[in-house]
Design a protein around this ligand. Structure first.
Ligand code: ADP
Ligand code: MG
Length: 485
C-alpha cells in the first residue's frame, strides 16, 4: 500500500524582550543559575502578574506578517500541572482565545510553492529548566527561564513530508528574525519544535492517529525525527499493529524516537482564565500602528531582488532566507554597482563554503561586503581572472590585507600584454610540435576542442595569470598560420 504522511508542527519561539512576560525580571540567556527569577516568576503569595506590552506587540507583528486574524480580545489562561521546573503549579498560557489565529505561510520546495495553514499563535510563559548533568543522583532546577515570553505557533496538519516540515520551520525561523522578535537561537532553546506525525493510506481523507515528538532543537533533527516516525508507523501498521497516540522524544545519538508518555497519562490541564490578568484588548489603531512598523519581509525582498538586480528565483530565494545574507548582498552590490550576479555567486559559492567550513555567521565573515565588492570589481575590470580571484579570496579570508594589496603583493595581476602572451604562445607551439601537427591535420570543426590543450599549457606557463580570452585568440591565429609555426 502507498502511505501518505501527515505532519503538523508546534513551534515554541522565545521572544527577545528586555523583561519577562509578566514581571520586570530580565529575560536573558546564560546568567548564573537562579539569579533572574523574581517573586512574580516564582509565584510567591501576594504578587500579581502584569502583561508586558512588548510581548503583545510582537505577537501582533507576527500575526500581521502571516496574514492572520488578530483577536480584538484575547485571554490568558492557567494551564495546571505539576512539575518541579514550574514553581507556580500552573503555566500562564492562552487557550480558547489566542491572540493570533488563522494565518498562512508559503513554503517553497523544489520549485513548488505550497501554502500551509497556521491554526493559531498564542502567548505563554516558559518554565524553568531541569539540569541533570553534573548532579549525580538528583536533578537541579534553574528558574532563570521561568516567565520568559514564548509565542507558540501551531500549524494545520498540512505538511506531507519531513522536507516540507523543515521548509516551514526554516520559513518561520527566517520570519521571526526579520521581524526582530526572537534571536531564533536553537542551541540556547529559543526556537524549539514539536512534530506531530501520522500516516494514512494514499487517497484517505480522514486523519490517522498521531504521535507528538517533543522539543526538537535543530532543522536536521526535525527531519530525522519525522522520517524515523514515518517509517516506524508504516512498519507498525504493515505488520498488523496500530499506532498509539503518545508523546515521544527524539534521541539524536541513536537517530530514533522513543515513547515518553501515552495518551492515558496525558494531563488534564484544567484550563481556566487567569483571574489575575485582564483580557488583552487590541483595537484597530493599535494594529495599524504595528503594521506600519513591519519591515520588508522575505517574500517582498525576494521580489525586489528579482526586479532590481535581475536575480533568478533560486538565487534571490537563497539570499533572502537569511536577513543577514540579504543585507550583506545589498551592501556588496552598493559598493560594486552592476555586479549583482557575480556577488550572488560568490556568496553562494566560495564565501558560503568558507563560512560553513568554519561555522561562522555571514555577519561575522572574515571577508566583509566591502572586500567582496572590491574583489568582484577587480574581476570585472580585468585586473584578475576568476580563477586567480579564488586565490585572492583565500588570502583575504586569511587576513592578508585589502584586495588591491593582495593582488599587488602576490603579483596576481592578469597578464594582458599581448606581446608577453604571444611569447608564451610561441613557446608552447614550439614545445608541442606533435600536437601542433595533429591540430593542423584535423578537420576544422574538431579544432575548437583541441585548442584547449594549448590554452592549458599557456595558462600554466603564466601561472594562471594570462587573460584566457587573449590566449585563445593568439593561439588560434598562430596555429592556423602554418608558415609561422
Ligand atoms: P495538542 O494541543 O494536544 O497537541 P492539537 O489539536 O492542538 O493538539 O494539535 C497539535 C498539532 O498536531 C497541530 O500542529 C496539528 O496540525 C497536529 N495534528 C493534529 N492531528 C494530527 C494528525 N492526525 N496527524 C498529524 N498531525 C496532527
Ligand atoms: Mg501539542
Amino acid at each position: 500500500m502507498q502511505w501518505e504522511s501527515v505532519i503538523g508542527l508546534e513551534l515554541h519561539v522565545q521572544l527577545a524582550t528586555q523583561s519577562k512576560i509578566f514581571s520586570g525580571a530580565a529575560n536573558r540567556f546564560g546568567a548564573t543559575a537562579n539569579t533572574l527569577a523574581c517573586a512574580v516568576d516564582l509565584g510567591l503569595p501576594g504578587v500579581l502578574p502584569v502583561a508586558n506590552e512588548e510581548v503583545i506587540r510582537m505577537a501582533v507583528k507576527f500575526g500581521l506578517a502571516i496574514d492572520a486574524s488578530i483577536a480584538k480580545r484575547s485571554v490568558f489562561a492557567r494551564k495546571n500541572y505539576f512539575y518541579p521546573d514550574l514553581p507556580k503549579g500552573y503555566q500562564i498560557s492562552q487557550y480558547e482565545l489566542p491572540v493570533v489565529s488563522a494565518g498562512k505561510i508559503r513554503i517553497q520546495l523544489d520549485g513548488i510553492t505550497r501554502e500551509i495553514g497556521i491554526t493559531r499563535a498564542h502567548l505563554e510563559e516558559d518554565a524553568g529548566k531541569s539540569i541533570h548533568e553534573g548532579f549525580a543522583g538528583f536533578t537541579a532546577i534553574d528558574l532563570n527561564r521561568a516567565g520568559a515570553p514564548l509565542i507558540e505557533i501551531v500549524s494545520e496538519p498540512d505538511l506531507r513530508s519531513a522536507a516540507e516540515a523543515v521548509a516551514l520551520m526554516k520559513k518561520i525561523h527566517s520570519l521571526v528574525r526579520y521581524l526582530d522578535i526572537s534571536d531564533g537561537n536553537m542551541q540556547e532553546g529559543s526556537f524549539r519544535c514539536d512534530a506531530n506525525v501520522s500516516i494514512r493510506p494514499e487517497g484517505e481523507t480522514r486523519l490517522g492517529t498521531r504521535t507528538e515528538t517533543k522539543n526538537i532543537n535543530s532543522f536536521r533533527f526535525v527531519e530525522q525525527a519525522i522520517n524515523f516516525e514515518i517509517s516506524r508507523q508504516v512498519e507498525l501498521v504493515e505488520s498488523g499493529n496500530e499506532v498509539v497516540q503518545e508523546t515521544r522524544l527524539f534521541d539524536p545519538e541513536k537517530n530514533e524516537t522513543r515513547s515518553m508518555r501515552g495518551k492515558e497519562e496525558a494531563n488534564d490541564y484544567r484550563y481556566f482564565p487567569d483571574p489575575d490578568l485582564p483580557p488583552v484588548v487590541i483595537d484597530n489603531d493599535y494594529i495599524e500602528a504595528v503594521r506600519k512598523q513591519l519591515p520588508e519581509l522575505p517574500e517582498q525582498k525576494q521580489q525586489r531582488f528579482i526586479e532590481t538586480y535581475g536575480l533568478s528565483e533560486y538565487d534571490s530565494g537563497y539570499l533572502v532566507a537569511n536577513k543577514d545574507s540579504a543585507d550583506y548582498f545589498e551592501a556588496a552590490v552598493a559598493a560594486a554597482p552592476g555586479q549583482a550576479k557575480p556577488v550572488a555567486n560568490w556568496i553562494m559559492g566560495e564565501l558560503g563554503a568558507a563560512l560553513n567550513r568554519e561555522n561562522i555567521a555571514i555577519n561575522h565573515s572574515k571577508v566583509n561586503a566591502a572586500m567582496l565588492a572590491g574583489l568582484v570589481t577587480r574581476i570585472a575590470d580585468g585586473t584578475i581572472s576568476n580563477k586567480i580571484a579564488k586565490q585572492v579570496f583565500e588570502a583575504l579570508w586569511d587576513g592578508a590585507g585589502g584586495v588591491d594589496d593582495v593582488i599587488e603583493k602576490q603579483g596576481l595581476k592578469q597578464l594582458t600584454d599581448s606581446g608577453a602572451i604571444g611569447r608564451l604562445v610561441d613557446e608552447v607551439i614550439a614545445e608541442n610540435s606533435a600536437q601542433v601537427q595533429q591540430y593542423r591535420s584535423a578537420a576544422p570543426e574538431k579544432r575548437g576542442k583541441m585548442i584547449g590543450y594549448f590554452v592549458g599549457r599557456v595558462m600554466k606557463k603564466s601561472q594562471g595569470k594570462a587573460n584566457p580570452k587573449q590566449v585563445n585568440q593568439l593561439l588560434s591565429e598562430r596555429l592556423e598560420n602554418r608558415g609561422g609555426g
